[in-house]
Ligand binder design. Structure first.
Ligand code: LMR
Length: 340
């Protein structure tokens, strides 16, 4: 106790004597990064955060300590972004659907239904100039975008089989806070309801909403199959993340530590994006094996009918996400031989 008081007094005295000189970070006095997120640890994002923690702590020899808070333990979706801006947490990985309220609407382009014909197109977008330009847009908001992390393609769920577009009529469907997702659900004849991720299970259980859309890994870890009767493997849209940090915090880090953390993030990103697909495949297998939910896989013809019903959303929402952004994604698709 006394020793720690002495240490604190010494630290304060040093700081007063050497204003402007950053005190050396040691394992006993580490820089703490609070990394908050809303999903379970056993998901692509949850595992990515843990991998970043491990690499950052190892490579800085403990000069950085990363505390991961999963499952909205600290904050729900909206609050966590505010907390990052206030500096109460240092790192987040919100889904790309959740940046609209922050004023960077372009990220919602990732929500357009059927815009990514394959994971390879997605990869070209996030790792190319389109993705980089979008991350840059965060800086005036006091946020640095560090990486894109994959989750995967989304499926629909409800308490009735969803095979045909008309099956959506009148269903209250939970969505993330994205205008594109609102337009998507309306195009299907459903009623979109924006809701925080941590509230979805209960809302489905009590009938506040009838259904939702998400990736298999999120469905499985949230036990959605316990409160839904039907699921359709539609892969109609995508969920991915931008890993972000507070700009003031990031710029204020000692340069050597920032470089190590950039490397740790790069490797954690490679890891996350390499496991995401298999995590989702595995989750879908487990959902099917649970026998609690009937899983429909759309035929090509059925899926094409969904696609035709949803493609008008691209045009409808071009004003929001930017015609150029949409065109740039079409171009990446075309480069891989896909027609829109
Ligand atoms: C959701 O709210 O459905 C997802 O964004 C949760 C997540 O972070 O994967």
């Amino acid at each position: 106790m006394l020793t720690s008081i002495r240490k604190t007094i010494l630290t304060l005295a040093l700081a007063a004597a050497l204003p402007g000189v950053a005190l050396a970070q040691t394992a006993a006095n580490p820089i703490v990064i609070k990394f908050s997120h809303v999903v379970a640890p056993d998901t692509p994002k949850g595992k990515g955060a843990e991998r970043f923690k491990q690499l950052a702590e190892e490579r800085t020899g403990g000069r950085v300590k990363v505390e991961v808070y999963p499952n909205s333990q600290l904050y729900k979706d909206k609050e966590e972004v505010e907390a990052l801006q206030l500096g109460s947490v240092q790192m987040l990985a919100p889904s790309l659907s959740k940046f609209g309220p922050l004023g960077v609407k372009e990220f919602e382009v990732f929500d357009l239904p059927f815009i990514f014909p394959s994971a390879a197109v997605l990869d070209r977008v996030t790792n190319g100039p389109v993705g980089a330009a979008m991350l840059k847009k965060l800086e005036p908001k006091g946020i640095v975008g560090l990486a894109y992390w994959d989750n995967g393609f989304k499926e629909m769920s409800a308490n009735r089989p969803l095979r045909d577009v008309k099956d959506f009529k009148g269903l209250k469907m939970r969505i993330q806070s994205s205008k594109i997702l609102e337009a998507q659900m309306r195009a299907l004849g459903a009623l979109p309801q924006v809701m925080a991720f941590s509230e979805v299970y209960q809302a489905l259980q009590t009938g506040v909403v009838d259904g939702t859309e998400n990736t298999p890994s999120n469905y499985w870890t949230q036990k959605t199959h316990e409160v839904q009767k039907d699921m359709t493997v539609s892969n109609h849209g995508y969920i991915g993340y931008a890993v972000i940090t507070n700009k003031k915090f990031w710029d204020g880090l000692p340069a050597d530590i920032r470089t190590i953390l950039e490397g740790a993030m790069k490797d954690a990103t490679k890891y996350t994006n390499a496991i995401a697909q298999q995590e989702n495949d595995e989750a879908l297998r487990k959902i099917q094996a649970s026998g609690k939910v009937k899983v429909i896989t759309l035929t090509d013809k059925e899926r094409e009918a969904w696609r035709q019903a949803l493609l008008p959303v691209h045009k409808e929402m071009a004003g929001r996400v930017g015609k150029d952004t949409i065109e740039a994604i079409y171009k990446e698709s075309a480069a891989l031989g896909f027609k829109q």
